[in-house]
Design a binder for this molecule. Sequence first.
Ligand code: MUC
Ligand code: MG
Length: 367
Amino acid sequence: MKIVGIEAIPFAIPYKKPLKFASGEVRTADHVLVRVHTDEGLTGTAEAPPRPYTYGETQESIVAVIGKIFAPQLQGLTVLEREVIHERLDRTVGNPTAKAAIDMALWDVLGQAAGLPVSGLLGGYTDRMRVSHMVGFAPAAEMVAEAERIRDTYGITTFKVKVGRHPYTDDVAACWALREALGPEVELYIDGNRGWSASESAQALRELAPLGLTFAEELCPADDVLGRRWLVRQTTIPFIADESATRPAEVTRELLGGSATAISIKTARTGFTTSQRVLGQCQGLGVEVVMGNQIDGQIGTLCSVAFGAAHRHTSRHAGELSNFLDMSDDLLTDPLRIEDGTLRVREGAGLGLVIDPEKLARYRQDH
Ligand code: MUC
Ligand code: MG
């Protein structure tokens, strides 16, 4: 089955409320819908979320690199030549979400061709994941109100709290307020998106120690090499590398260099193929993983849960699968539903996602 075309369609859906964090903020889901078409009439679908402050990609750059570089390079290859496809994609440095969306759309085609769900093809460990919700910057009382609403509405009991503000004591106070309001039964962890220095991070972790956080993520930049190692050495909870470990080589560097002790896997940037390689590295080295959120829409979230539920190691912790709740709308005909704090994998062949043509027509930006 040959690839006959790859579409990259920019679309924009406003957020009901912006998500703010140390490295940026999101007000509109200005993503790119990626569709891989084959000569047998099957179409695989995925989405690429540009995160300029993390990877340097923009909506325009994703459309351009797929249209001008990747689509011509892959045209005529069969969908089973995945190693060749990745060899060609890897000739171009960077552009992780553009590459990942192509990879996941190809898996969608493979699943459809086989008549089997992608999650089953990847590993089929379970059919659902517990959900972790990411709480962005706001005054502490608003963060507490959001977490309570999400817990009461969706049954979610794991929260990733964005930190990295100045003074760091604002974030420490917000974490204490969340623990006091939500009680000991909820799981809390923090993500600094490199906002603090190593010494601010160390001080904050000391002041947060009584809260029993599960993880700390990217509190300070990995480029502050010695400072970060110094911090991770004295930290008693797993320290997650997210944006500092976006490729297998970076995962090796961060873990073996002592700059991280756990890894965030994001299908939005490593697709299914490279995410499995990263997962294998982490299992081989004996470190924990978390399914991270690239501030995905429903298509990206469906991809994350398909991968996370497929493997024992990725389904152990709650996956970050709920930020699409902040969006005013999405493209799927059958929207995702989080119930009892869990999100289920879609049944059916491939990824099981169906795009609503009217919604796509309303939100696409290329006409
Ligand atoms: C996260 O885990 O950091 C914010 C920036 C980014 O690249 O991903 C999000 C969430
Ligand atoms: Mg992160």
